[in-house]
Design a protein around this ligand. Structure first.
Ligand code: KIV
Ligand code: ZN
Length: 510
């Protein structure tokens, strides 16, 4: 049997640190359910001290996961952070506290302003403090990728001696070259006494586009846990993408003497779900889950693939859940058929929630002959987006064209159940719609990004709009909306972004 490599997902913590990718607790629970379907080993559910929302997410995900996965909360090397993480993980069956601090010259000198001795002292103290609450304590040596080799050995030796069960070696800035990063892991394996009794984790960022290669170099040299995110989401250029490392290990398991327990058939669905919830679109040429990952356009390639698939394809698309899209239901399908198909897709809806999705499904099936799995996923996500909405869309009407002045009439329902209508004109239909919405919602913002994408193929496909707005404080909020009519999708997306902005401000005000 090859070595088991633990997959530690941090989509809900580092992934959420991507500007505009923040998720509320309900959305995080939806992603967590998908992570459980993927069968990841560890879910880093948040940074509990950072906000009441993060605390609540960690608490609820710990309950949800039961004993299926370890649930982890991040902390700084600060006692009050560790107290908060322990409290959020109180009811977890398999809790882990992830604590640590910077270890590179840059972090010691310019950020923490402490000496090497103080750094070691703090590292030991935080591990020992976390150990009072939980057995499973993971230590991160932030910016290890730029640290001095011997100092890193010293810190890791100290935390292993203090009882850390996992030592995380992050390339926080994505600076390293894969071979050098691999050497660093090897140096620890050879230089730290007792390291064979703990897990070595790698946590790599993608600033030079090498996050996957760095993680693989780590595994090759002794790491037994990879920290990663769905779609490679994460701070700046992102983290190692889970789908990439897991498939690389699957392809090269024998050479690497490694395997994971991830259910790879859930990858495409996980990718669509995270993209839909965070509004972070996946590039078409993204490895494994991009729209073109299994598309062959040159005649020579098509000819080869038709003769034998593996002439140009190293992965069977079905192994990652790609190209399995089915025409599932029609306007004649009943409630039970919809419920059944949604369950097969991993959504358990009952009562009012199911009725709402059924109504949306019938509306869509009336307009569109073929309803695909992706359409159903989009309808469920659309309903979830409306759950915590302060404003919901009651109607939108646009008149535009040449030589008309684009005009929009928008009707919204507010949290007090009042219906308000506003009319505005603008330079184009979207501008007019946004102005009409702003007249009602009255929250300062700048629309900075607008993109339309079709959910499936065909002229009658649902159009999914992604909008990003920035508030005066510089915070970015993403909104999504899906409908057969892209003016309606745009209005839903804009409202979704403003609802997120309002909810976030409300949460920050406490
Ligand atoms: O990139 C990093 O160093 C991190 C740590 C908090 C693990 O995200
Ligand atoms: Zn990180």
């Amino acid at each position: 049997m090859t070595r088991k490599i633990d997959i530690f997902d941090t989509t809900l913590r580092d992934g959420e640190q991507s500007p505009g990718a923040s998720m509320n607790t309900e959305e995080k629970l939806v992603v967590a359910r998908q992570l459980l379907r993927l069968n990841v080993d560890v879910i880093e559910a948040g940074f509990p001290i950072s906000s009441p929302g993060d605390f609540e997410s960690v608490r609820r995900i710990a309950e949800l996961a039961g004993d299926q996965a370890v649930v982890c909360g991040l902390t700084r090397a600060v006692e009050k952070d560790i107290d908060s993480a322990a409290d959020a993980l109180k009811y977890a069956k398999r809790p882990r506290i992830h604590t640590g601090l910077g270890v590179s010259p840059s972090h010691l000198r310019d950020k923490l302003r402490i000496s090497e001795d103080e750094c070691v002292e703090r590292a030991v103290k935080c591990v020992k403090y976390a150990k009072k609450y939980v057995e499973d304590v993971q230590f991160y040596a932030e910016d290890a990728g730029r640290s001095d080799y011997n100092f890193l050995v010293r810190v890791i030796q100290a935390v292993v001696d203090a009882g850390a069960t996992v030592v995380n070696i992050p390339d926080t800035t994505g600076y390293s070259l894969p071979e050098e990063f691999g050497q660093r892991i090897k140096y620890l394996v050879e230089g730290v006494n007792g390291i064979e009794n703990v897990k070595i984790a790698v946590h790599c960022h993608n600033d030079l586009g090498m996050a996957t290669a760095l993680a693989m170099a780590g595994v090759k040299n002794g790491a037994s846990q990879i920290e990663c995110t769905i779609n490679g989401l994460g701070e700046r250029a992102g983290n190692t993408a889970m789908e990439e490392v897991v498939m690389a290990i699957k392809m090269h398991g024998d050479e690497l003497d490694a395997h994971t327990d991830v259910n790879t058939r859930e990858f495409c669905k996980a990718s669509r779900l995270v993209s839909s919830i965070t509004g972070m679109n996946v590039q078409a040429n993204k490895a494994i889950v991009g729209a073109n990952a299994f598309a062959h356009s040159s005649g020579i390639h098509q000819d080869g693939v038709l003769k034998k698939r593996d002439t140009y394809e190293i992965i069977d698309p079905a192994d990652v859940g790609a190209g399995t899209s089915q025409i599932v239901l029609t306007a004649r399908s009943g409630h039970a058929a919809l419920k059944h198909r949604l369950e097969e897709l991993g959504y358990e809806l009952e009562g009012e929630a199911l009725d709402q999705v059924y109504e949306a499904f019938l509306n869509l099936a009336d307009k569109k002959k073929e309803v695909y799995d992706e359409d159903l996923e989009s309808l469920v996500n659309e309903r979830d987006r409306n759950e915590s909405a302060l404003y919901t869309l009651e109607g939108v009407q646009i008149s535009c064209g040449f030589p008309l002045t684009p005009t929009a009439t928008v009707t919204l329902k507010n949290a007090a159940d009042q219906t308000v209508t506003a009319c505005e004109y603008g330079t184009g239909p979207i501008d007019a719609m946004c102005k009409a919405v702003n007249k009602i919602v009255q929250v300062d913002n700048d629309l900075t990004e607008f993109a339309v994408q079709s959910v499936t193929r065909g002229i009658d496909a649902l159009g999914e709009v992604t909008i990003r707005v920035t508030d005066p404080a510089g915070d970015i909020y993403t909104g999504r909306g899906a409908d057969g009519d892209i003016v309606v999708s745009s209005t839903k997306a804009y409202l979704n972004a403003l609802n997120r902005l309002l909810n976030d401000k409300q949460e920050k005000r406490g």
